[in-house]
Design a binder for this molecule. Sequence first.
Ligand code: ARG
Length: 461
Amino acid sequence: MTKKMWGGRFAEAAAATVEQYTQSESFDRALYREDIKGSKAHAAMLGQCGVISQEEAGELVRGLDQVLSEIEAGSFVWRRELEDVHMNIERRLTEIVGPVGGKLHTARSRNDQVALDLRLHVSARLEAWSGELARLAGVLCDRAAEHANTLLPGCTHLQPAQPVSLAQHLLAYAQMFRRDHARVADCLTRVRVSPLGAAALAGTTHAISPAQVAGFVGFPSTFANSMDAVSDRDFVLEALFCGSLVMMHLSRFCEELILWANPNFGYVKLPDAYSTGSSIMPQKKNPDVCELMRGKTGRGYGALMSLLTLMKGLPLTYNRDMQEDKEPFFDADRTVSASVSIMADMLGVLQFVPAAMRRALARGFLNATELADYLAARGLPFREAHHATGAAVALAERKGVALEELSLEELRSFSPLVEQDVYAVLEFESAVRRRNLPGGTGPEPVADQLAVLRTWLAGLR
Ligand code: ARG
């Protein structure tokens, strides 16, 4: 009988549309390296455990190496009707080594096989993300070191609030990317668990060693429960969440760079290589890279939502729905990798304009808190100090001058506690310099912060 195993009640082969609809070869062929790595590990383990002979294991490994070189040389013929990467590779292996190729799938199912492939892939990609996140944090450290003495208006509600150093502002992002890096490292501990040996769902009757396979592929541990091993995709979800946070952080930074590049701010000059012109308005230089990165953040979130939704209704264990886990990850990975790397490159050559930041400081009474703190330090309850300062600001605003341009007499009209030394306190440099507690924007805590970040980065190498 040439019919398929389940052919008893089926009169026809799958419709061409169904074959196209159900295949994953068009996208999961991207997993060929991981699939071959996992299969070589499985074959070697089967040989060592005596499930197949050592010679047979050797044949399988040799054949798999040949398949790998054919794929890399571009001579491998991918066949869509073989459904997926696993079947394509196994079919070619059997052509190369003969019937012994059929032994590779002993004690294994595509369910634990695909889970291993995806874990290997996500693991490699997360390691790449880590490297790029560290590079980005390093560029932020370098630019911060250049601008330890550059001051700009720090904002809340996007309104000028208090002066800060540009170094402190840039290092705020370095801290975010450092946390992203730590999140990825933590996620990796759960990704790097080998599911091989779970077989279809219940484990296997063959005397195999899952730990040996894990060792061969470089994973430190193996599954604790065979059913969980083949149905768990939370490791991909965690990776997508890590990627979503990276994109969210990048997107906020892009938003700031877009504002800073606007001539009304003028804090940065976008390098020509990272901006584009307008087809109609000759004067324009648009921050398209930042805008696209902000926009692509939505793709990353979309991938996370798509996989969360995919998984929420699935009974144990493997369901074919799970084939849909790959494309969202591939897409999110392309987005995250390219975005982090382009941001690091762009930041390296971005031109900051300290003079424009300085001009902005002079508008908006950014030293008002200094006056209120000055009065409070002289014993006035802070609420009253706040009130008196508010009145001083109102007067300065009416006169169209800065707070430090009011005369001593004018300032004393709001509180007799004001003396000549107030003018030194009102200087922006002094406002920043005196914020010297750990984590503050003062030069010492910023230098300490930079040192800690650099020690961390050096430890990664
Ligand atoms: N292409 C499938 C996937 O990506 C491989 C696993 C198929 N397993 C199965 N029992 N049909 O999930």
